[in-house]
Write a protein that binds this ligand. Structure first.
Ligand SMILES: NC(=O)c1ccc[n+]([C@@H]2O[C@H](COP(=O)([O-])OP(=O)(O)OC[C@H]3O[C@@H](n4cnc5c(N)ncnc54)[C@H](OP(=O)(O)O)[C@@H]3O)[C@@H](O)[C@H]2O)c1
Length: 269
């Protein structure tokens, strides 16, 4: 399995996982997809209280029940209207109960909310760590100034991750956020890594060519391009087991320098 170590605790997090947005649409398929992901070394499960307003967390909990706790790493997020101390502590309790776990591996602020000082939110998240309900904390959709503010607000634990959009054709974070995070050891959790499936089914020419040359599919190459970078993990959503199996083929190999250069021509940072 390929993994990164998280800043602060040093916990291991798989480099490739599975996203669960809209998985409430077909719970049985979702459960099979999540279980297969864990079996294939993609035991990083990304969810959120907002996904189906709790329904997806329940599905994730059901999917993970047969596994030992150390076999998977579960990430969930608190919605932006629940960032006051009181609301956040209540939201975390709800997530724990729906997921059916004793602790959340990584708890993220889903989106910033300018109406609640980030210091209050971070303090509440630190309380959860001290109580053992959360192992690691982080943020999502935070630009560089906001991330720095969140990092400055910590007292007891580190900001371990920032979940942001990142793919072969959306490379905005390479301008400032990615280099900063790599320097500081903050994990980037890349969401929408397949551009909602578009990179898999209608790949840009250079992606199709590299895929043919390495004997892999465009989805596998697009995901490999992400996870070959230090401090980057990816969470493609796949509700179909064929897709989960295909995506797991992004693990365990590397592109050459020339192939990386060809892929970097597809879009500009
Ligand atoms: N923090 C945030 O604000 C935020 C925002 C967006 C997303 N996310 C997280 O990131 C996850 C992934 O992002 P996303 O769902 O936006 O987009 P994505 O992972 O880029 O794409 C998902 C789509 O690609 C399809 N797909 C997956 N593997 C495929 C393959 N090998 N071949 C063909 N199609 C394939 C899926 O189909 P099937 O489902 O039918 O298999 C699904 O329709 C989300 O589920 C969520 O957990 C977080």
């Amino acid at each position: 399995m390929e993994w990164e170590r998280l800043k602060g605790t040093g916990d291991r997090i798989p480099k490739l996982g599975i996203g669960t947005y809209r998985m409430e649409e077909n719970p049985q398929a979702a459960i099979e997809a999540i279980r297969l992901a864990v079996d294939l070394g993609m035991g990083l499960i990304d969810t959120a209280e907002m996904y189906g307003w709790g329904r997806v967390e329940r599905i994730v909990g059901e999917a993970l029940r047969p596994f030992d706790r150390e076999e998977y790493f579960v990430v969930t997020k608190v919605w932006s209207t629940n960032l006051s101390r009181r609301a956040l502590l209540r939201a975390a309790q709800g997530s724990l109960e729906r997921l059916g776990v004793g602790y959340i591996d990584l708890y993220l602020v889903h989106w910033p909310n300018p109406e609640v000082p980030i210091e209050e939110t971070i303090r509440a998240m630190e309380e959860l760590v001290v109580e053992g309900k959360v192992r690691n904390i982080g943020v999502s959709n935070f630009d560089l100034p906001l991330l720095k503010r969140a990092m400055e607000a910590t007292r007891e634990v580190e900001i371990a991750a920032n979940q942001v959009r990142y793919s072969l054709i959306d490379r905005r974070i390479e301008r400032d956020l990615l280099p900063f995070c790599q320097r500081e050891g903050v994990l980037i959790l890349a969401y929408t890594p397949l551009e909602k499936g578009r990179l898999a089914v209608d790949p840009p020419r250079a992606l199709a060519e590299v895929a043919r040359a390495v004997g892999r599919t465009p989805a596998q190459v697009a995901l490999n391009w992400l996870i070959s970078k230090p401090k980057v993990a990816a969470i493609p959503k796949a509700a179909r087991v064929e897709h989960v199996r295909e995506n797991s083929g992004a693990l365990g190999w590397r592109l050459t320098q020339e192939q990386l250069l060809a892929l970097n021509q597809i879009s500009r940072p």
